[in-house]
Write a protein of this length. Structure first.
Length: 321
């Protein structure tokens, strides 16, 4: 009897073809995240689950799938939505999709940086509203990037890609994280390792690229925002709960920082309502990896992980508990 592979939401045909070679593909037809009850019912009897970042896959989901479940492939780099230890206890392999979305996410992060510092959203809204305007030397002045400091929180693959883009704009790089990187990486990027507090104090732009963990949840809170420069900007393309959105809205309203660019949100897809009313915030709907090439590569990598495990091989990108 062929293995059943439960795919919780649409994926590109290229990935479906890979899965179809090793099992019977069961695709969710709902154009939305499945509810917890729907998810447990959907995966029943599955040997593999291909899930999205909005799917909470825990021990209960594994129990609902049953004893044949061998692998959960998360179509994302982050895996905070998957209870890896609970699945490991049941002998279920968990995989993610690192590497393939590095450049796309860094591009989007730097796009947010440019949009908020140069007030591109404000200008575009002004024109679309048909508000009369004329050029003058004080019109919609933004902030330049040359000789400014970019603080990267989490200098992993995406953080390093962000730093490389910043170098092209003449920025200086400081970074913080759980551990210091090699001298070679630091030298290549001209990056200086500092404490998180010092990074907040020195940076003109703070860009978040750390995973969501219990330690990083609300890493950017009211105290962190007060530590930043009054003219500084915050960019978040990692996970929404790394930022306390209500505290960010407070800080922006009070002028404690100059602006923010957000691609992810604390209670996604909901957004702190006050952020929607502020001109100095650029908001995008989780588009970090949203290119045809990148999303296809993510789905194919997830499918290849499933195919490898179901045919007795090793996973390509395993998440270890």
């Amino acid at each position: 009897m062929p293995s059943t592979i439960a795919v919780t939401r649409w994926i590109p045909d290229e990935a479906v073809k890979v899965l179809a070679e090793v099992g019977e593909v069961k695709l969710s037809r709902a154009d939305r995240p499945l509810t917890p009850d729907e998810l447990r019912e959907f995966v029943r009897g599955a040997s593999a689950v291909v899930g999205m970042l909005h799917d909470r896959i825990d021990g209960e989901v594994a129990e609902a799938a049953g004893p044949d479940l061998k692998v959960v492939a998360n179509v994302a780099v982050g895996y905070d939505n998957v209870d890896v230890p609970a699945l490991a206890e049941r002998g279920v392999t968990v995989t993610n999709t690192p590497g393939v979305l590095t450049d796309a996410t860094a591009d989007l992060a730097f796009g947010l940086l440019l949009a908020v510092t140069r007030r591109l959203g404000e200008g575009e809204r002004l024109i679309r509203s048909r508000t009369p305007w004329s050029f003058h030397l004080g019109f919609l002045l933004g902030s330049g990037l040359q000789d400014k400091t970019l603080g990267v929180v989490g200098l992993g693959q995406i953080g390093q890609a962000m730093a490389r883009r910043a170098l092209g704009f003449g920025m200086r790089i400081v970074y913080s994280g759980r551990s210091r990187l090699s001298e070679e990486v630091e030298k290549t990027l001209g990056a200086e390792y500092v404490s998180f507090t010092e990074l907040l104090e020195r940076s003109d732009v703070v860009s978040l690229h750390c995973p969501l963990t219990p330690e990083t949840r609300h890493l950017i809170d009211a105290d962190a925002l007060k530590t930043m420069k009054p003219g500084a900007y915050l960019i978040n393309t990692t996970r929404g709960p790394v930022v306390h959105e209500a505290a960010l809205a407070d800080a922006l309203e009070a002028g404690e920082i100059a602006g923010a660019g957000l691609d992810v949100f604390e209670a996604e897809p909901e957004v702190e309502p006050r952020l929607l009313e502020l001109e100095n915030v650029v908001l995008t709907p989780h588009l970090g990896s949203a290119t045809v090439e990148t999303r296809t590569a993510m789905a194919v990598l997830a499918a290849e992980n499933v195919a490898s495990v179901l045919t007795g091989g090793n996973p390509l990108t395993e998440v270890r508990p």
